[in-house]
Design a protein around this ligand. Sequence first.
Ligand code: ARG
Length: 462
Amino acid sequence: MTDDANSMWGGRFAAGPDAIMEAINASIGFDQRLARQDIEGSRAHAAMLAATGILTVNDADAIREGLLTVLSEIETGSFQFSTALEDIHMNVEARLKELIGEPAGRLHTARSRNDQVATDFRLWVRGQCDAAVSGIEALQRALLVQAEAGADWVMPGFTHLQTAQPVTWGHHMMAYVEMLGRDASRFADARARMNESPLGAAALAGTSFPIDREATAKALGFDRPAANSLDAVSDRDFALEFLSAASICAMHLSRFAEELVIWSSAQFRFVAMSDRFSTGSSIMPQKKNPDAAELVRAKIGRILGATVGLFTVMKGLPLTYSKDMQEDKEQVFDAADSLMLALAAMEGMVRDMAAQPEALRAAASSGFSTATDLADWLVREAGLPFREAHHVTGRLVAMAEEAGVDLPDLTLDQMKSAHAAITDDVFTVLGVDNSVASRTSYGGTAPDQVRVQIARWKEALQ
Ligand code: ARG
């Protein structure tokens, strides 16, 4: 600290802050995660200040070199963060001053921490959009391997978690590939929209220095500078869009995780989860618990919580920057960490899990899963209106249930007692393989259709 109360802004202050003030005000405990982006932004800013003649080339070079030293100190863990210096921006600048002296004080020309933090955070969130897409694509690839292996393994399809119609394992896996494809496109959309540079908006009104915002935007990989300085410093839509996309993705992961929990239970045994993604019980020796799936199922809680949290922070804030906005970071960091971990855990589980085709088939064959095929046969072959066919089939299901057998086990005479037009031919549609093979409509569960979608996605994910 200099003789002022604060070396960065202490000119008009006679006293330093109360300890509580320092505690509530400081963000360095978490915004040190923005160090790399902060230094990248400052280096681009310094280069631009030299190119426009606002700084001498010598000063700018010293600043840019010094910032690299600061970065390596941070990355190797030797950097001493100071709470008194509030945040990452002032910590970096103060260290730069120790390293290079007077020119460090010129770095903050024509900018403010308001456009600086908006830039840093945008860069960070942009990186997380890319990471999310990578994580999603890795999971999609794992799902494709499962889908390809079991493109024609028959399993029960459920509505209301009651056996509905037979589907294939591959079809079920590909349902998640589709969902995840939308998730990836949401992150890509958000990324494209957020890719405007706030840098140069300065505190809120722009600056009287002849800066070149196109140059800094380009240096930082932004498509263009943000067009309104007030909006640029006060916008956190990019973080909200990231969180919204993350919430939807986490919801998908949660649904799949729930299925894995159910499927791996002794009552279902549809899949065997690998030991690598399971835990045991300290009291019940027989237990193998799907903890990873349960935790993935739960992560939506904190991710959606972060989304609601940031919306609540942002609502009602007048333009432009308010310190409330410092509360934008921790929740986004936590949500991003949670999402990346959930994606990685899900990928591992999917890669390692072993579906049990026998159990899938046995389950598909019970619960009168081909009743719709029977009704469809009555429409197609006997010319019944669908409503009547539905009714006749319902009577046959009741008959089978009473006898404790499945539909294909009924005799032809029993069938005829429900409707005289039924012939031997009906048995061809009552098997689960025939049932799935017949669902050849686009996007249907017939193995040939499933393979079409697998091929399309393999191509897309190349
Ligand atoms: N640590 C602050 C934040 O995260 C940086 C911006 C501070 N700006 C200000 N005018 N106090 O929002």
